[in-house]
Write a protein that binds this ligand. Structure first.
Ligand code: IMP
Ligand code: MG
Length: 179
């Protein structure tokens, strides 16, 4: 609430609900084509940001899929390489399986670079990365991204899972905050 009792308006849209929905369907088609011969694709989401995207993506996937989640946290600054720790681990065994890591956004790349290295130690048959959003101008570490929903400019975005201080995750579109 603002001082005069008004609720603060929701942020303006960078990507509308319709744009997101259309793109998620396209990504699902592309992924299904690439994994047409696979027995089961393990779709692995990083809590909490990727949940909304992953749920819509797997529902659109016309191939057998398993779903699992894990959660990371970083010691101090999230931009310090190698300082990502696992807060909640994956439940499923990844050994010998086809794994699709699903993320909300790749920014500096530090989180994903560390997570990918950790997941490779579990010996999956294949490991691919799908992100809804990519901010290439912010990259500090190279991350191999196999599927990108939208490449965006350097703006702080919220909604469709992305938060600012745990707010705005519930928005059905991707909005941006001005400062
Ligand atoms: P990275 O290690 O810098 O790539 O950090 C990626 C993580 O930072 C994402 O998983 C998000 O949780 C968070 N993040 C980066 N940019 C944004 C943004 O624009 N909005 C919300 N969260 C963001
Ligand atoms: Mg995240």
């Amino acid at each position: 609430m603002t001082s005069d009792g008004e609720r603060a308006p929701f942020p303006p849209a960078l990507l509308t609900e319709e744009q997101v929905r259309t793109r998620v369907a396209e990504l699902a088609e592309e992924i299904a084509r690439d994994f047409a011969d696979c027995d089961e694709l393990v779709c692995l989401g990083i809590l909490k940001g990727s949940v909304f995207f992953l749920v819509d993506l797997v529902r659109a996937l016309p191939i057998p899929a398993a779903v699992d989640f894990f959660q990371t946290a970083s010691y101090g600054s999230s931009t310090t390489p190698g300082e990502v720790l696992i807060k909640k681990d994956v439940d499923l065994s990844l050994r010998g399986r086809d794994v699709l890591l699903v993320e909300d956004i790749v920014d500096t790349g530090h989180t994903l670079a560390t997570v990918l290295a950790m997941l490779r130690l579990r010996r999956p048959r294949s490991l691919k990365l799908c992100t809804l959003l990519d901010k290439p101008d912010r990259r500090e570490v190279e991350v191999p991204i196999d599927y990108i929903g939208f490449s965006i400019e350097n703006r702080f975005v919220v909604g469709y899972g992305l938060d600012y201080d745990e707010k705005y995750r519930h928005l059905p579109y991707v909005g941006y905050l001005d400062d």
